[in-house]
Design a protein around this ligand. Structure first.
Ligand code: ACM
Length: 543
């Protein structure tokens, strides 16, 4: 029987006074209070096929039933799971999301078979040990960035990642939809964004210094119906999808599709193609009215598709070289009194901040958007360490902490020679477990601006879903515990206990078919001998 103490992420409090068990059988009924429909549907859809538990509707007072309720005295994502022998299992949430997270705990308590899609032990008996679990998240933003631009992830893979996120109580998918190497979302009024921008002729294999190429086209995009399906699937799992349209840098795919978006007075943008290698790209958007109107059109369609309050506008790694020599950009700086190119980027970002605010949304961007001054209400994803996040919180801006030194999951997870295409820092499972989203420099007042934390999966060296799994897991489980559980200070965290719980969690990941990195290192087919990564040579890694 799986034990309550195997849960990942760890719950706040568990009281398990007796060894009695609430049996769950084909006759167990489910009663769901109004407002708990997402969990009702999810339990039937998941536990029905996995364990042969159809959970037919039944009366509230049925013996050994599963009951879902709301209690507004609890926080919106808080839940209490009570298994009482003779009565049943009751999940009470402060809101629909709390009930859903309680159901994720229930699934873990049922053992690894609950993570499959058909029974592997027909006739097996399942039950929940008599206990009370009280649980609530530490942070409201428990995010995962998925970069589907560098390598496209077909829609089914995205839906699978939403399931994996839900199983770890993560609730924000930061969907990185556009970059130099690909544009992945259909925009009806600008069809060339996907006709031209969604594929490239070839792809660099490994780090950009690698001499190897994959000489076949790579591409793909989500239609607007695909996006609606992804957003609705996420919403059923209490996950918000935050779209990212990266401007004014990381835009070569868009410029390849519509050359007038680039700095045409500096480069022949008609000669640009969707980029086939990695790194920081000099071809950035021109700061013209044409560009603003074009992207307002893009964002209008994006807002129709994504109900998220936050909309991410990128803003990272925008080299200013073309703007420095562009008469058009320089004229705009003078005309608007912007001072310099940083001021020009701030003006560009500020335009979309106001545009989004006028439509009831909030802008979020990478920490570079702080550099020329940031509009009130805008929020920051702090990726270049903690400094941007600290500055933003002190200036009264909300922050999501995703420092590359800690939670960039494309970075190698071991210093050994067998890691596939090793890039970035060495960040082990234990390192991620000891990641602290709130820097000690912040006062309690400032720390309230830390909305939460996010792990980022950039996919330059992850060409297929198995590679994504390898980089994400098991570290995403450690990250989920950091974002959800009330852990002590990093040095005091009980990593040995986490590892012990991970032995049970690996069985769940096995049942889910996750191609994680085993604790003993990559399996033979997870290695990529001969593909250049980035050696550890003491210089700051640049991925
Ligand atoms: C980033 O990693 N350039 C946000």
């Amino acid at each position: 029987m799986p034990s309550t103490t195997d849960l990942v992420p760890a719950p706040r409090a568990v009281d398990a006074p007796a060894r009695r068990v609430v049996p769950l059988t084909a006759d167990t009924t489910l009663w769901a209070a109004p407002g708990t429909g997402t969990t009702e549907r999810w339990l039937r859809a998941v536990l029905g096929p996995a364990l042969g538990l159809p959970l037919r509707p039944g009366p509230e007072d049925a013996r050994d039933a599963v009951r879902l309720r709301l209690d507004r005295a609890l926080g919106p994502e808080e839940y209490r799971l009570r298994a009482v022998a003779g009565r049943g299992v009751e999940i009470v949430g402060g809101g629909a999301a709390g009930v859903f997270w309680g159901a994720q705990t229930l699934r873990q308590l049922l053992g690894p078979e609950a993570f499959r899609r058909a029974p592997v032990r027909p006739g097996a008996r399942y039950g929940i040990p008599h206990q009370v679990i009280e649980d609530a998240p530490r942070f409201g933003w428990r995010g995962l960035l998925l970069d589907v631009a560098r390598h496209f992830m077909p829609k089914d893979g995205v839906l699978r990642y939403l399931d994996l996120m839900a199983a770890h109580k993560l609730n924000v998918l930061h969907f990185h939809l556009t970059d130099d190497q690909g544009w992945r979302i259909e925009i009806k009024r600008h069809p060339r964004l996907t006709e031209v921008g969604s594929w490239r002729a070839r792809t660099k294999i490994g780090h950009r210094a690698s001499p190897l190429w994959e000489d076949k086209p790579h591409g793909g995009y989500y239609t607007q119906d695909d996006i609606r399906e992804i957003v609705a699937y996420a919403a059923e799992r209490h996950i918000t999808v935050v779209p990212e349209i990266d401007v004014p840098g990381h835009s070569q795919a868009a410029i390849a599709a519509y050359p007038e978006l680039g700095n045409t007075d500096v480069v022949d943008t008609t000669a640009l193609t969707v980029w086939d290698t990695w790194g920081i790209n000099p071809n950035v958007l021109a700061p013209t009215d044409t560009t603003l109107r074009f992207y307002e059109g893009v964002f209008e369609e994006v807002l129709e598709l994504f109900p998220s309050r936050f909309v991410h506008v990128g803003g990272d790694e925008c080299p200013k070289d073309q703007w420095r020599i562009s008469p058009t950009a320089q004229a705009r700086i003078r005309e608007l009194g912007l001072g310099d190119e940083d001021g020009l980027q701030a003006w560009f970002t500020g335009h979309f901040g106001r545009w989004l605010a006028a439509r009831g949304r909030r802008l979020i961007g990478w920490d570079e958007i702080l550099e020329g001054g940031l509009a009130e209400g805008a929020a920051v994803s702090s990726w270049r360490g903690y400094a941007g996040g600290i500055a933003a919180a002190r200036a009264g801006h909300d922050v999501v902490m995703c420092p590359e030194q800690q939670v960039y999951l494309d970075h190698r997870q071991d210093a050994g020679p067998d890691e596939p295409v090793p890039i970035g820092y060495v960040r082990t499972l234990e390192d991620v477990y000891r990641f602290e989203p709130v820097p000690p420099q912040l006062t309690p007042e400032e720390a309230r601006h830390v909305l939460g934390a996010q792990a980022n999966l950039w996919t330059e060296v992850m060409e297929d879903p198995a590679r994504v799994d390898y980089q994400a897991f098991p570290r995403l489980a450690a990250f989920a515990e950091v974002a959800w559980s009330d852990l002590p200070a990093p040095a005091e965290r009980d990593f040995a206990d986490f590892e012990r719980r991970m032995t049970a969690h690996y069985r769940r990941l096995d049942a889910l078919g996750v191609a994680y990195r085993p604790p003993t290192g990559p399996l033979p087919w997870q290695k990529r001998p001969g593909v250049l990564g980035r050696p550890i040579d003491g210089t700051p890694p640049d991925r």
